[in-house]
Design a protein around this ligand. Structure first.
Ligand SMILES: [Zn+2]
Length: 475
């Protein structure tokens, strides 16, 4: 871990750009705030994180099913859910330079406890009381407008062919509303029994006043949410189980336990029974990575009232009818992505040189194996390396072939993207076609290669017939 934590953030942003993990959106046009693009390495890591979540939240669980609902939904959904009125952040504007700030975050930074759930009055009072301590982040002056609540829903003109937006179709502000409104569909079509869950991964959009901290607070982002429906009397037991389950899932990504912690929400929304976040120790300190929330029966009750359709569960044996309670697991892909990168970032010295490497768990690394011919200008080495690449690529993906630059530089490039294994084809590979390891009668004609371990830099000689099994056992 780098010593200075601000330093670490800069290093990670720079690594992300240099190695094709993350690019600023629309960079050649001067950028676009609150949006980032995932590059060739980033999309692999991102897909691996989503697959891991899906495996834990859907495939490993007989009681949870998946869903992929639309980004656009009937605008009445956002009325019923309370988003058109309550989904807002407190904003103040610098009168000198028109920079907009989030009043609650500005208060937080000077040690005053505030959050976005406070009323406009409450937060204005706090903001006024602390006026002298709050400076504009852009011009440094202290001349702000009153704080007002700014709604975060992003409007569109979908289906509206007039010039005035009467009822705008919103881009969804969260994915879970698509789950609530499909509760009946899933219940009836899949014959689910309580308790059961519905999981979804998908994009969401928020008109964030000040997108910040790289991938942490974005205007366009991806959520991974699971809503779990329970009998009213069982919700808090299930809540504890879900908390444990998510904690284990995060550790299984290889994230260090000392870098995560639980944080209880002190200021709950009125319907919530309990809410905890899993915080990660980001370069700026512990901050929310994902949440586990007990939401009572609020969501289904609101959508029953809003739609006029009864969203209840009927017990097959007792014929009891009731509105299930909901507990949810809600996380952001890019926050997890950033946490995983911060956790894996390492610097050390190897062969007398400083090196950077990502100590990613092999199963989530963007590239599993890199295959090199020792020298680019020896056709027999290149040919053999391509042959071995094909053998590996049949069994393990994604892997890459690299003959660009000297071997040391190639190792460093792979270290920086976290490739766990580098396979090098050298003169021994072609001169001694039979493996020196293992049983020659079953491995006749087998060549050997060196396999380099990313974390230790140690190289091991291995016959090609052992190679696939060896790497598969590690990833
Ligand atoms: Zn200003």
């Amino acid at each position: 871990m780098a010593e200075n934590k601000n330093d670490l953030m800069e290093k990670i942003v720079s690594l992300c750009k240099r190695r094709g993990f993350v690019y600023p959106s629309s960079e050649i046009y001067g950028g676009f705030a609150g949006v980032y693009d995932f590059g060739p390495m980033g999309v692999e890591l991102e897909n691996n994180l989503k697959a891991h979540w899906w495996k834990w939240m859907v495939h490993k669980r007989q009681d949870i099913v998946g869903l992929d609902s639309g980004i656009f939904m009937n605008p009445q959904i956002w009325e019923a859910s309370g988003h058109t009125k309550g989904f807002s952040d407190p904003m103040a504007e610098c009168k000198e330079c028109h920079t907009r700030i989030r009043a609650d975050k500005a208060l937080d930074e000077i040690g005053v406890v505030a959050d976005e759930k406070m009323s406009e009055e409450e937060i204005n009072k706090l903001f006024d009381d602390n006026k002298k301590k709050i400076k504009c982040s852009n011009c440094g002056k202290q001349n702000f407008t009153k704080v007002r609540k700014f709604n975060l829903l992003v409007k569109s003109n979908l289906g509206d062919f007039t010039d005035s937006y009467s009822t705008p179709a919103y881009l969804r502000g969260e994915t879970c509303q698509g789950i609530y409104v499909n509760f009946k569909n899933v219940l009836d079509s899949q014959h689910m029994k309580l308790p059961f869950g519905i999981a979804q991964i998908g994009k969401a959009f928020r008109n964030e006043i000040s997108p910040r901290q790289f991938l942490f607070r974005l205007r366009e982002f991806e959520q991974m949410e699971m809503q779990y429906f329970t009998r009213p009397e069982d919700d808090m037991d299930e809540y504890e189980k879900l908390k444990d389950y998510r904690w284990k899932a995060i550790l299984s990504l290889g994230i260090k336990e000392e870098n995560i912690r639980w944080k209880k929400h002190e200021n709950l929304v009125f319907y919530a029974k309990e809410a905890y976040d899993i915080e990660y120790n980001f370069p700026w300190g512990f901050d929310e990575m994902e949440g586990v929330h007990a939401r009572g029966n609020y969501d289904l009750t609101q959508h029953s009232a809003g739609s006029g359709k009864e969203l209840v569960y009927q017990d097959g044996e007792t014929n009891d009818r009731f509105v299930p309670h909901i507990i949810e697991s809600s996380g952001g892909v890019s926050r997890l992505f950033l946490a995983v990168l911060c956790d894996a970032y390492n610097e050390d010295e190897m062969d007398g040189e400083k090196r950077v490497y990502l100590k990613l768990k092999p199963s989530i690394a963007p590239v599993k194996v890199a295959v090199f011919p020792l020298l680019k200008n020896k056709p027999e080495l290149v040919k053999k390396a391509k042959e071995i690449f094909d053998i590996l690529n049949n069994e393990i993906q994604p892997i890459i072939f690299d003959d660009n630059g000297n071997i040391g530089k190639r190792y460093r490039r792979q270290d920086e993207i976290g490739t766990p294994f580098c396979v090098t084809v050298d003169f021994e590979t072609i001169e001694k076609p039979v493996s020196t390891r293992g049983d020659e009668s079953t491995r006749g004609g087998d060549a050997s290669v060196t396999v380099r371990d990313r974390d230790t830099g140690k190289q091991e000689r291995m016959s090609v017939s052992d190679l696939v099994a060896y790497i598969k056992s590690k990833i």
